[in-house]
Design a protein around this ligand. Structure first.
Ligand code: SAH
Ligand code: TRP
Length: 330
């Protein structure tokens, strides 16, 4: 007899609206009027930024994606056995390329029912939802176009035991206090004894290796970095001379994070017309666009503990460059 396969289904909900251009506007207003200018990283990812990020992942120098994929290739079966989940929620899912390894393992364990991706880039959520229901018969996809910092409350009710995956080392893009605050929010989503967090973190290592990953020879990361200025030009009617900003990325050895900046090559005045704001840049003045924290075992366990989470297992690639940890609510 043919096994009965429940029909696949796709729902995509968009929680971003006109209010979210405002969120860019508010962030720009805050960030560019500070004594040390900075911008939050989520504004990199318009369609062009997302495509550039995909290119970054293919670079020889950018080891995190390769390492995380290697861990998932080797250990997805074990992860799924520990978590025994029927539902995968993914924060900042992007193209969900590595995620397929987890979905494969869940399908092979005969437990896969639903995938819930959340990302700020609408096209990405829609494309990946459509592609995945084609690849996994019977899969339900509930996609969320939203900001994971503001829209976790929009996740659908859990349909079964859940894995919440936060991959790619994106957690490292939060500053230390916000990072713990965000982990605590995730922890509150997890039901004790039922759900698990699967967290990807890049590890502290030879600074030369880390710095190379953010200073690739073809200059893709530099383009990605400058893309945030293009987004502001387009969305807020600004006149940044994008090419006049130089990409800077270095490992801060004390804080153990990569810091990405844009350095003005000359004195500049930028008009951000939608905000009625003029911003002055001194020659060589730098604007911080991103940090990417690297983890020691102590940093990882400290952050998880502060969020009320306990480690179940830490998996690394053969070279020990990247870690994927499984944790649960204490
Ligand atoms: N998980 C993928 C992509 C990592 S890049 C991987 O491991 O390769 C970071 C992703 O998070 C991007 O797709 C970006 O659009 C998304 N993102 C960044 N900030 C976000 C936010 N505040 N809310 C939702 N998605 C966000
Ligand atoms: N989460 C990724 C990281 O921190 C994102 C990333 C990779 C990134 N390269 C970048 C973000 C360059 C901004 C600029 O590694």
């Amino acid at each position: 007899m043919e096994p009965v396969v429940a029909p696949s289904s796709v729902v995509v909900r968009n929680y971003l609206g006109p209010g979210d251009e405002r969120s860019l506007a508010d962030d720009v207003l805050d960030g560019l009027t500070k004594p040390f200018k900075e911008l939050p990283p989520k504004h990199f990812y318009d369609a062009r930024g997302a495509a550039l990020f995909d290119e970054i992942c293919e670079l020889d120098e950018y080891y995190p994606t390769r390492c995380e994929r290697a861990i998932l290739q080797a250990r997805s079966g074990d992860i799924v056995a520990v978590c025994d989940a029927s539902e995968l929620v993914e924060l900042g899912s992007g193209t969900a390329e590595k995620t397929r390894l987890l979905l494969d393992a869940m399908r092979d364990a005969d437990s896969l029912e639903r995938f819930v991706p959340i990302d700020v880039t609408e096209a990405m959520v829609r494309d990946c939802a459509r592609t995945l229901v084609g690849e996994y018969p019977g899969l339900r996809v509930h996609g969320i176009v939203g900001d994971f910092e503001r829209h976790l409350g929009r996740l659908p009710m859990a349909a079964g035991p859940r894995i919440v995956a936060f991959l790619g080392g994106t957690i490292g893009n939060f500053t230390p206090g916000s990072r713990r605050r965000f982990l605590r929010k995730i922890a509150r989503l997890l039901r004790p004894g039922v759900d698990h967090l699967l967290l990807g973190t890049d590890l502290v290592k030879d600074p030369a290796v880390i710095e190379a990953a953010y200073n690739d020879a073809p200059g893709v990361t530099a383009e990605f970095n400058r893309n945030v200025l293009r987004v502001i030009n387009r969305e807020l009617d600004a006149d940044f001379d994008v090419e006049a900003f130089e990409h800077v990325a270095f490992f801060d050895r004390e804080r153990e994070w990569i810091e990405m900046r844009l350095r003005a090559s000359r004195r500049m005045r930028v008009d951000i017309r939608a905000l009625d704001l003029a911003v002055e840049f001194a020659p060589r003045e730098e604007l911080r666009t991103e940090i990417s924290a690297k983890f020691t075992p102590e940093r990882l366990s400290g952050d998880l503990a502060a969020a009320g989470l306990e480690l179940v297992d830490v998996l690394t690639d053969p070279d020990g460059l990247f870690a994927l940890s499984i944790s649960r609510r204490r």
